[in-house]
Write a protein that binds this ligand. Structure first.
Ligand SMILES: [Zn+2]
Length: 70
């Protein structure tokens, strides 16, 4: 059985989606969503040091390669 893998999701299907694994993370997840919605095209994008991809400011890891952004 093939596992759905991180990094194999086409970007067109990668509209921000947050999976909450623990109830304690819910507040943090909501905050991330709010931050994202409030910054639709912020110039403060974070450039991934590993692959050079630009990531929205709310992202903590690169959507493309998974590298930690901060
Ligand atoms: Zn990257």
């Amino acid at each position: 059985m093939r596992r759905g893998g991180l990094g194999e999701i086409p970007f067109t299907h990668a509209y921000p989606e947050i999976w909450i694994m623990e109830a304690a993370d819910e507040e943090r997840a909501r905050r991330i969503v709010v931050e994202f919605e409030q910054t639709p095209s912020s110039p403060d994008t974070a450039r991934c040091a590993a692959c050079g991809e630009m990531n929205p400011p709310a992202f903590e890891i690169c959507w493309r390669c998974g590298n930690t952004l901060r």
